[in-house]
Design a protein around this ligand. Structure first.
Ligand code: R5P
Length: 308
């Protein structure tokens, strides 16, 4: 068990809002990791550490190419200051999609990244890792690694919002956690079938029969639930399919608001009335906080600090 005064939190600028909320939950200060980018785009990283027994490094690994080496450098810098135990909190963990060789000659980037992080950190914590053919991070990491569910935080938000949408998972991959959300809220749910035709092109088919809404009609409100909004193609296709079935208002909630350029326009054009996200990635759509879930895991499972 590491007492709060023996625990440091170091965060990169791009994850500052969530880091501030996590620091508040744990009742500790948050130090910003300094990054200098040289003209040739190499990075120099510097931490302000007193060499505590344990430290958390927080950074979301979206658009990960410059970020990945920088968190490895931060871990090295903390070890050089004498920190004994270093935990990475990467609320979004990039490079998890490529979990096998799909076409001869490809790399399995998921394994490479897990190996690098496992060598540098003593534990890794993320939220809703995008896992397909492996079921838990423990299968690929040498250090303790855990993917937290965002379902409890989203379920809390649904209950507070007080409306009763039909929950819709756009594809089979979303089924386990749309089901978890339905169980926590008692809401009806369906899952579509997705065929991906390209990076920005998908087709979604909904089940033939939709659950009946109030007064025996189609539901008035559907809430699409997905882990990631990237190009926006998945949510846009699902929103169009739902509206074509006569559902008046379609909203969406995603865990990771990646939003590639142009995604928001695609979603608006598809008639999505509103999109909300958790704060794993800083974005104007953030409405649902995950700092409480992360703090609970750090304290209860990893024995780091205490909650305020
Ligand atoms: C797919 O397996 C994921 O759960 C998301 O549906 C997907 O990553 C969303 O990507 P896009 O917004 O580009 O369709």
């Amino acid at each position: 068990m590491i007492a709060s005064q023996s625990l440091e939190l170091h965060a990169f600028d791009d994850s500052a809002p969530l880091a501030g909320r996590l620091a508040e939950q744990l009742g500790i200060d948050c130090q910003t990791v300094e990054v200098h980018r040289f003209p040739d785009e190499e990075s120099l990283v510097r931490v302000r550490s007193a060499g505590a027994p344990a430290a958390i490094v927080l950074r979301a690994l979206d658009r990960p190419n410059p970020k990945l080496p920088e968190i490895l450098f931060a871990a090295d810098a903390l070890r050089r200051r004498g920190v004994g135990r270093i935990v990475l909190v990467a609320p979004y963990l990039g490079y998890m999609r490529q979990d096998r060789v799909f076409r001869e000659g490809e790399a399995v980037s998921q394994r490479v990244v897990a190996r690098l992080l496992g060598d540098a950190f003593d534990a890794v914590v993320t939220v809703e890792a995008h896992l397909h053919r492996i079921h838990a991070l423990a299968e690929i990491f040498d250090c303790p690694a855990h993917s937290l569910s965002a379902a409890p935080a989203i379920a809390r938000w649904c209950r507070e919002a007080g409306h009763e949408p039909l929950l819709v998972g756009p594809d089979a991959e979303s089924a386990p956690w749309v089901r978890a959300l339905a169980e926590a809220t008692g809401l009806a749910w369906i899952v579509g079938e997705k065929t991906r035709l390209g990076d920005r092109e998908v087709v979604i088919e909904l089940p033939e029969r939709l659950p009946i809404g109030g007064r025996g009609a189609v539901p008035e409100l559907a809430l699409l639930v997905d882990d990631i909004a990237s190009s926006g193609a998945t949510l846009a296709a699902a929103a169009k399919a739902l509206r074509a079935r006569g559902i008046e208002r379609v909203e969406a909630v995603v865990v990771h608001a990646l939003f590639a350029p142009g995604a928001e326009e695609i979603l608006r054009t598809a008639g999505l009335a509103r999109i909300l996200s958790t704060d794993t990635l800083s974005h104007p759509s953030n409405e649902i906080g995950v700092a409480g879930s992360i703090a609970a895991h750090l304290v209860d499972e990893l024995g780091l600090g205490s909650r305020t």
